[in-house]
Design a protein around this ligand. Sequence first.
Ligand SMILES: [Zn+2]
Length: 252
Amino acid sequence: MPACGICKRIRAIFFRSLRVSPFILLNHDETLSSVFTLAHEAGHSAHTMLANDHQPLATADYTIFVAEIASTFNEHVLLDYLVKHAETKEQKISLLESAINGILSTFYRQTLFATYEYRANELVQKGIPITADALSKIMIELYDHYYGLDIRKEHYKPYVWAYIPHFFHTPFYVYQYATSYSASLKIYQNVRLNKPNAMKDFLGLLKSGGNDYPVNQASEAGADLTEKETFMAVINRLNDLIDELEKTLESR
Ligand SMILES: [Zn+2]
């Protein structure tokens, strides 16, 4: 997951006040991952520029919830472009495999972590002492539910909760990976299907900064996160990528 976040937006507002041209700081190393990071961060920059141009300072800043819609939308565009223009079968397989792994780690793994966070907080509400064993028990149950995996067979895996920094430094962050990813895929799907005003509505989201509740902003852009259909956009995308990978593997 590319590095991004609140500090970058604060910098954008700061530099705007100094009338310095916007820029992106990258440690680009010519890898495919770097190219996706560039596309991702360019999405954040376009978002910041459009929000700053169309909103007063008080509502120009946006939430992480909508920020990651702007950035991951660009990743979908780049993936489809690269797959379409892949020069060899191996290139195409590598792109598809990386995209499939991306969905598994962004959508499914982060949803598992969000459920963990919810259940860990339930312990507090119920007055149950929070111990390492209590937290590991939740993880063991969730990995079984999500993946059918018994993580007790891996010596340290039940302690996965201990090495996810978001749980300690940015509580209730992880679910936003899954919601933003779903919303951006739904909006991207609308654009690809030439739904009326799809691109205009997406740009409207970028221009709206933080002028409304994030769920309302996403809904107006064509991704209603209160509807199952929006999350199904990810499932459908995963199925399409797997079908394409199977087809490519079978091709000569
Ligand atoms: Zn980002």
